[in-house]
Write a protein that binds this ligand. Structure first.
Ligand code: GLC
Length: 647
């Protein structure tokens, strides 16, 4: 096996660099054991990493620089994280544990700042949460922030939220308490307030080449022919004219979010250094934001280009070399055929985790139609994937719900028209159609395409807001039951369930964003409200909606965490219920079978599973039952368990 010095020499010699000596000197300085570790990790990936890098950039000296920096970041990694790396290397499937429960949150909404959050960790633990996704908290300029997704400095925490030291402190305390930390890495673009952007704007060629600058409108016009719009109403088009420097700059998202040009190896290298810098602050998971967009190619839709996969694969290897503790969560909000490739292959993996976005929006489609057939089909498709692929499951997140359903299938089977169906869904969730109790708002209502997306908290979409407003006790009971049933359905899926902060308290929409000029035109702020701590006082009071939801979720979390059938190794299938309003999902590992039944309708139903004989136990009440004429409450669910059952 090559030692570290010869390893460095390989990269340096191939780069024809005079730095081989200094590289070797650094190698000697590193403690022997750590040096060997790094060397082994590097050896494992060197050949492939080099090959991919050359394929993309064909630049030996930049590759040598990258390798040298990997070494520097590995060396600089704090001792506690190095220990964590070893533990996780020994247990590389830790993120597949059914004992994980995530929660995503805005630090300021939850606790003001990072130190406030640290103090509130006992609440997080009470909720059974052991994975915290902190929404973007790096430096950004108010009014040009996109909720923090326009980063002005990747190495600085937004000053009102604290400092890098506070972040490190938080990570250390979280780790002691068994909580994992996740943060966003916004890699598609920087803010126009980032130093690179400022220098590009001043005409510095080196920095202009890190973005897409065009003096002439003809190339932007060519791009516009094939590139769809992300925010057709709030930020139309894919380019922004900069009058001061007389150039167009590519801005797929908001005009102040400038797309980075990953054809430039300097961009890739520097962004990798930022990624490793942040990983070294104690992250366990990095969410790679908007990753399908990072490679642009004229004449294409500039999404999911093959080079994106090369970059993600390199990130995966770079992480495994420097910070093997860290896992990658890819944000790929696309249809399933485009999502799955981001897992890579079994021997050349890319992301560890991906969002189960189609199941999420299909769940809401099922809420509005009370027809579980599409959802069943979607679950069958996910369950047919290799068990190595792990999804992050969710009902709501900080973004809108886009109606990315399988319209081809809906059309073939029911003659569904896509535009009309989207209109129905949007009407339904605004409370206008189909006996709806929802209270949502549209997002990016595109009159040209007839498309619109939807915002609102789980509780508001389930009818809790309306029932509270109308002080309708019965409606509240039903809405709470439905909210829990949807969570139970989500918990039934393989992978990590991720709660959206506030959902554990049945928190409803917050309309105050409309009073803030910087937020008023972005209805996603409807579900990005401040956590109502006054509601948290009722978490043990089962007379209140918040108490019912908090305790209900806690019970589900405990069951999920302690039942092997919820693990990623389980066989999962859907069952015929004979009723389109009911969904049934089975899970099995040796020794335990669990069947979940979910009623999406306002009527109590009974269900019989003729192939599942013998006694089952209702996991929540402990009652024994047969799966024959089994009652399922309106908008309710049941988890049924059979010990020693067969799959
Ligand atoms: C991701 C985020 C979204 C943001 C966008 C641009 O999709 O989830 O909130 O607007 O990236 O960074």
């Amino acid at each position: 096996m090559k030692d570290f010095q010869s390893q460095v020499c390989v990269c340096a010699a191939s780069a024809n660099l005079a730095s081989a000596k200094s590289c070797a000197e650094m190698g000697l300085k590193m403690a022997k054991k750590e040096e060997t570790l790094f060397q082994n990790r590097m050896t494992r990936h060197m050949e492939e990493l080099r090959w991919l890098y050359m394929e993309l950039y064909d630049n030996e000296s930049m590759f040598a620089e990258l390798c040298q920096n990997l070494y520097e970041f590995a060396k600089a990694r704090p001792a506690a994280l190095k220990k964590r790396d070893l533990e996780r290397e020994a247990d590389p499937e830790w993120y597949k544990s059914n004992a994980l429960l995530g929660m995503m949150m805005y630090i300021d909404n939850f606790a003001g700042n990072l130190n406030g959050l640290r103090e509130k960790l006992p609440y997080i633990q009470q909720a059974g949460v052991n994975l915290l996704h902190l929404m973007p908290f790096l430096d950004t300029v108010p009014g040009r922030s996109d909720g923090g997704y326009a980063v002005a400095d990747f190495r600085k925490v937004r000053s009102d939220l604290g400092s890098m030291d506070d972040l490190e402190k938080l990570a250390a305390v979280c780790h002691k308490k068994g909580i994992n930390l996740c943060m966003d890495f916004v890699m598609n673009h920087t803010s126009q307030d980032h130093e690179w952007a400022k220098r590009a704007r001043q005409g510095e060629g080196e920095y202009m080449s890190r973005y897409f600058f065009f003096a002439d409108p003809s190339i932007p016009a060519e791009y516009e022919k094939t590139v769809p719009q992300v925010f057709p109403t709030t930020a139309p088009g894919n380019f922004t004219w900069l009058d001061d420097c007389k150039h167009y700059v590519m801005t797929s998202f908001y005009p102040y979010q400038w797309d980075l040009n990953y054809r430039n190896p300097r961009v890739f290298n520097e962004m990798m250094y930022h990624y490793l810098f942040l990983a070294n602050k104690g992250m366990d998971m990095i969410r790679i934001d908007a990753v399908p967009y990072i490679w642009k190619e004229l004449g294409t839709d500039c999404r999911n280009r093959p080079q994106v996969h090369t970059i993600v694969r390199m990130m995966r290897m770079i992480g495994e070399i420097v910070c093997p503790n860290v896992i990658l969560l890819g944000e790929v909000v696309m249809e399933p055929v485009k999502v799955v490739p981001y897992f890579g292959s079994i021997d050349k993996p890319e992301c560890h985790l991906l969002y189960n976005v189609t199941t999420m929006c299909t769940t809401w489609h099922t809420v509005a139609t009370r027809d579980t057939r599409l959802l069943r089909r979607q679950l069958d498709a996910v369950n047919a994937l290799p068990k190595e692929y792990v999804f992050l499951n969710y009902l709501r997140c900080h973004d809108d719900i886009g109606w990315g359903l399988d319209y081809e299938w809906l059309h073939q089977n029911f003659g569904t028209d896509e535009i009309l169906h989207k209109r129905y869904l949007n009407d339904y969730f605004q409370g206008f159609a189909g006996n709806s109790t929802s209270r949502g708002e549209l997002y990016n209502d595109d009159i040209a395409s007839g498309d619109a997306r939807l915002c609102g908290t789980t509780a508001s979409l389930c009818g809790i807001e309306k029932a509270r407003f109308e002080q309708d006790h019965e409606a509240m009971e039903r809405a709470v039951r439905f909210d829990l049933a949807l969570h139970a359905m989500m918990f039934m899926q393989t992978g990590i369930p991720m709660l959206y902060s506030g959902d554990e308290l049945a928190q409803v929409n917050d309309c105050s964003y409309k009073e803030e000029p910087q937020k008023a035109d972005d209805s996603r702020y409807l579900h990005r409200g401040r956590l109502r701590w006054e509601q948290a006082e009722h978490i043990h009071d089962l007379e209140t909606p918040e108490g019912k939801i908090f305790c209900g979720l806690h019970a589900l979390t405990t069951l999920r965490g302690s039942s092997p059938a919820f693990g990623t190794g389980a066989d999962v299938w859907t069952l015929d219920t004979g009723d389109n309003g009911l969904l049934a999902v089975g899970r099995y590992v040796k020794g335990q079978k669990v069947i979940g039944v979910f009623n999406f309708t306002e009527w109590e139903k009974t269900v019989t599973f003729p192939h599942d004989s013998g006694e089952f136990t209702d996991m929540l009440t402990g009652e024994t039952c047969l799966l024959q004429d089994l009652p399922i409450p309106a908008y309710g669910f049941r988890y049924l368990e059979q010990k020693d059952g067969r799959g």
